[in-house]
Design a protein around this ligand. Structure first.
Ligand code: ZN
Length: 341
């Protein structure tokens, strides 16, 4: 009851990359960098286990950014000539690579860290990939001229890597689609279909993470404009409920998402965000358990997974460690309360 997991990313140690940044510069290169990435992955596997999480991830230590880490292994993308682009409906500017030709994988994307993860934990494993709609919103198109066409081209490549991750022994493959919360009508129209294409044929569990973004300044400011009730999920969840995806990860604690929207995901596992990634204040186990209790009004206990609101990449490392412990302690308290109820 109440599995515990992270959304995906964890802070990179200062010896691996710049800290507190969303697009950090690496501190090494070549073979030394490849080795350092795996060392950091191993460190976080241990930290997650010690904190007591039941689902373990790679903490995204081997990718500079959750989208560009995948794109670096795709042929047809020009990383040499990045251009500035407004992303997530112009919420912030980023330097992004350009799609200049037909897309093809150069080979495996995450083989080393997936195999390392599988080899060093006996617990359930989760691996994250960017979703097709979020990718097309984080890259400049100079070739396809059509967002949907390009999304399905990426979905095919994602599917290739997802199947390989499954073969590596990964138990849950999750696609991150923060763009769903920005382009709700398009998400319900073709975003979910592109996502299903990415997950096609997988027999392991499949998941999608939909959030209001990392705890960076631009996102914090954007959230202030969304009003007292954030109803974005209301437009997407019905399409997801009908989809083949098994699990949905959403923001809950300290968000303005009306909790009753979780009821729209009947039949799905719901990864409820019980840890705020936009604040350094560490939650108490009671706060976590209270958030789980709120979710239990709309999600059956057997379908509830306690999770973080989003990735923790730009956070302070010690704060992230403390938040992992709070997540596990809060879930344990919720289990006790549930058993006693
Ligand atoms: Zn997120």
């Amino acid at each position: 009851m109440f599995d515990t997991a992270i959304a995906g990313s964890l802070p990179k140690p200062g010896w691996l990359a710049e800290t507190h940044k969303l697009w950090p510069r690496w501190k090494a290169e070549g073979d030394a960098l490849a080795e350092a990435k795996l060392d950091a992955t191993l460190l976080w596997i241990k930290q997650q286990e010690d904190a007591g999480l039941s689902v373990i991830g790679d903490g995204e230590q081997a990718r500079q950014h959750f989208v560009h880490g995948f794109l670096e292994r795709v042929e047809g993308i020009d990383f040499e000539h990045k251009v500035e682009m407004g992303i997530r409906a112009d919420r912030y500017k980023a330097m992004v690579p350009q799609v200049v030709g037909p897309l093809r994988l150069k080979g495996r994307v995450h083989e080393a860290e997936a195999k390392l993860l599988r080899a060093h934990t006996t617990r359930a494993t989760k691996f994250t990939l960017p979703g097709p709609m979020t990718i097309v919103d984080t890259v400049a198109d100079r070739f396809y001229g059509d967002r949907v066409k390009m999304a399905f081209a990426f979905a095919e490549l994602l599917n290739q890597e997802a199947r390989a991750l499954q073969a590596d022994g990964i138990d849950i493959v999750q696609f991150d689609e923060p763009a769903f919360n920005v382009y709700m009508a398009e998400a319900a129209d073709w975003g979910v279909k592109a996502l299903e294409r990415a997950a096609q044929g997988l027999t392991c569990k499949t998941a999608v993470h939909i959030c209001y973004g990392y705890g960076i300044e631009a996102n914090v400011e954007w959230k202030k404009t969304l009003g007292d009730e954030w109803r974005q999920y209301e437009q997407i969840f019905p399409a997801l409920a009908k989809s083949s995806i098994d699990q949905v990860s959403l923001e809950c604690i300290h968000s303005h998402v009306p909790p009753d929207l979780m009821a729209l995901l009947a039949g799905k596992d719901v990864m409820v965000g019980v840890i705020d990634v936009a604040s350094d204040r560490v939650e108490t186990p009671e706060e976590v358990a209270d958030t789980i209790a709120t979710a239990l009004r709309f999600v059956p206990a057997k379908h509830l997974v306690a999770c973080t609101n989003c990735g923790m990449a730009p956070m302070d490392r010690t704060v992230a460690e403390a938040k992992l412990r709070a997540l596990v302690e809060g879930a344990a308290l919720a289990r006790e309360r549930w058993a006693g109820a």
